[in-house]
Design a protein around this ligand. Structure first.
Ligand SMILES: Nc1ncnc2c1ncn2[C@@H]1O[C@H](COP(=O)(O)OP(=O)(O)OP(=O)(O)O)[C@@H](O)[C@H]1O
Ligand SMILES: [Mg+2]
Length: 424
């Protein structure tokens, strides 16, 4: 038994040298193909070293284009710089607070996160948010009190705070309020500053800001382009060099990963494929990752991505997806109609299945109209495709086609909704 364990462990190290290098949290020493973006960001935030407020920055770009990693990279360098007494000749006090707005999605949460952050509660500061022993801490305070506390800490210390609001589009309530409030601080203090770096992969996000917040947040605005296949290849090679054993992956396999990921220009997807392909080769006891492993990795990763996307859908959309998958796996009731491509479903029949699934789940079905909106949203997420049905089939009926294998979708949703296998 013990022998086997060690044997397995040794085998595992045949492919990977250091698997943590492939993790999404790892910040590489260099970021190929983001040199210009990094220089540019450095120039913007370097203003703080003259004790001036850096412009706020809004960075947008598709998923996996290196927004988060580039910002973290530059701010880490900034922190290192100011911590070095030889370099920081102006003795500027800079604090970086990073947060993801998927988790911190309200004004209150965001203020709390800033005040509670470790970097704002260090001994070197004259006053800190949590040092006020006379009160019960920050928990019971409302946003107005938190704001006052932040103001005081900045003022007392001449603090320059850079707040990173990653996935800023995920702020659910009072987005304009947050931007307005945080930047207003600068008008009320005579020493220190607060600036914002907002990141988003939602191109429509800017439209949701009112003109004032927009011009405030977007003092600087940058677009991160998707990576092309060549760029992805060098990003991959960097990770292979650090994370894989020597000569354990074919060059053609790396090219294949880069080509797949170049469809969306997504480095995260490329790295996921790389890791998965390595694991597949390793699990089958081979010493080298080849093209075949990459193909297999693609299927596996797509399934994971789909499972995650489906399980985060609101309940009724999951029921709609389930109904589509259940009908699709029967081949479609209307298969016999020659007009309809095999596998296409009528929206009417899906609505009926949805109603009946809601009933068996003890949920009240939403109206046809809402159902129709759900279909549009599912299409936007790339889970289904919709076509208007040809004339003469049925009035406003639409034809629905599933983007993924129905059996897998059914099993994912069954788990996610806690369904038994009795529901049709
Ligand atoms: N130029 C690069 N060099 C090396 N690794 C990179 C580069 N760009 C991105 N990566 C890696 O790709 C992954 C995705 O990058 P990142 O998280 O920065 O994307 P993002 O633009 O923030 O995406 P999202 O909008 O989904 O949050 C991370 O693991 C990151 O380390
Ligand atoms: Mg990101």
């Amino acid at each position: 038994m013990v022998d086997d364990l060690f044997e397995k462990e040794l085998q595992e190290r045949r492919i990977f040298k250091n698997i943590s290098i492939l993790s999404p949290h790892y910040v590489p020493v260099e970021l190929p193909h983001r040199e210009n973006e990094i220089r540019d960001l450095t120039r913007i935030v370097a203003t703080v070293l003259r004790n001036e407020k850096p412009n706020n920055v809004f960075i947008y770009g598709k998923t996996g284009t290196g927004k988060t990693v580039s910002v973290k990279y530059v701010l880490k360098k900034l922190e290192e710089f100011v911590q070095n007494p030889k370099k920081n000749s102006n003795k500027v006090i800079v604090r970086v607070v990073y947060m993801n707005c998927k988790i911190r999605n309200s004004k209150y949460q965001i203020l709390l996160k800033i005040l509670e952050s470790e970097t704002l509660n260090t001994k070197e500061l004259k006053s800190t948010p949590l040092s006020n022993r006379s009160d019960k801490g920050l928990k019971g305070m409302d946003p107005a009190d938190l704001y006052e506390r932040l103001l005081k800490v900045i003022q007392d210390n001449g603090l320059n705070i850079i707040v990173v609001l990653d996935e800023i589009d995920m702020i659910t309530k009072g987005m304009n309020d947050v931007v307005y409030l945080l930047t207003r601080i600068n008008d009320e203090i005579n020493s220190g500053s607060l600036s914002i770096i907002g990141l988003s992969n939602d191109i429509r996000f800017k439209k949701r800001l009112d003109p004032r917040s927009k011009s405030t947040l977007c003092e600087e605005e940058r677009l991160f382009r998707p990576y092309n296949a060549m760029e992805l290849k060098s990003i991959l090679k960097q990770r292979v060099a650090a994370g894989f054993q020597k000569r354990t992956i074919d060059d053609s396999a790396i090219s294949r990963i880069a080509a797949f990921a170049a469809q969306d220009g997504d480095a995260r997807y490329a790295l996921k494929l790389l890791q998965k392909a390595g694991e597949i080769a390793q699990d089958s006891g081979r010493e080298r990752v080849d093209d075949g492993d990459v193909g297999e990795a693609k299927n596996a990763v797509e399934k994971d991505i789909m499972a995650e996307a489906i399980s985060t859908l609101p309940e009724h959309q999951q029921i709609v997806m389930y109904s589509i998958a259940a009908l699709a796996s029967q081949g479609g009731i209307y298969k016999r109609l020659s007009r309809v491509r095999n596998g296409d479903l009528f929206s009417g029949e899906v609505y009926e299945a949805y109603e009946s699934n809601c009933n068996s789940l003890n949920r009240s079905p939403r109206t046809m109209r809402q159902f129709s909106d759900y279909l549009n949203e599912l299409e936007m997420l790339g889970m289904i495709t919709l076509r208007a049905s040809g004339k003469g089939v049925r009035g406003t009926t639409r034809l629905i086609r599933l983007g993924y294998p129905p059996r897998e979708i059914k099993s994912i949703i069954r788990d996610s909704l806690g369904l038994g296998s009795t529901t049709s």
